[in-house]
Design a protein around this ligand. Sequence first.
Ligand SMILES: [Zn+2]
Length: 269
Amino acid sequence: MPLIIFSNSTKKYAKRMAEEYDNCTLKNVNDIKSPILGGTKHKTVFGIGGGKVIDYAKIYAVPNRAIAIPTTAAGAASTSHAVYWDTKKKKLNIPTKKPIVLINKKYINLSNEMAKMTSYDALAHALDSYWSKKATKASKILSIKAFEMVKNQIINNYPDKVELIKAGNIAGEAIEITKTNMTHAISYPLTAFYNIPHGLAAGMAIKPSAKHQKCELNIPDIDIKLKGIKKDNEFIETIAKEAMTYSKIQDGNYSITLEELIKLLRENL
Ligand SMILES: [Zn+2]
């Protein structure tokens, strides 16, 4: 009798899965205010969905491994920690077990709009890992492979969504070694203060980060148009100041000061 965590977009798959078990419990991730570490009597916890669903499944499954069925390229199925926002709008990192991953074509149904968002996140994972000061030979191989695979999907307008999800998981393996750094530190305040979804926020942070990290890879152009947000001084300074509170911003090959970050964001965000 497993617990199955799902989201609105994977509800129908979760219901289909539930038919295969007796006494299954279904939980919509949107109904969980804050996930409880090891907070279930179920020995088996499935997470079917994007990064948040899988991270929550990982948290509930502790001390066991969750079973992750990823439907986006967030890469959460490849890492042994889970992230979630606390009440003070801070991103928290919780150690968990690395889940068992099942990539199943029959559960993958990404719209091009969703594919775009999740591909930017996967690209940001590959790049953060690539220019990380903690990069190893193994992480470099993974990050370059993920980068090439995601890039191929972006420039060809997502011909193979299963391939995109696989690429996201490889990028996840790369950040399992190095953790994320600059793009993610910049993306968090974009999400916390301006409600920009994580994939888009990470995508916006790629250009300034790549410039500062002197990245020589040929990164695809990412053009994100935001409605209703003015990129004025207040916006830039809010993002920069909050981004500096995440120590990971210094974990790329090149560290940065607040003044440099404000200038960088003014010119590249
Ligand atoms: Zn991310």
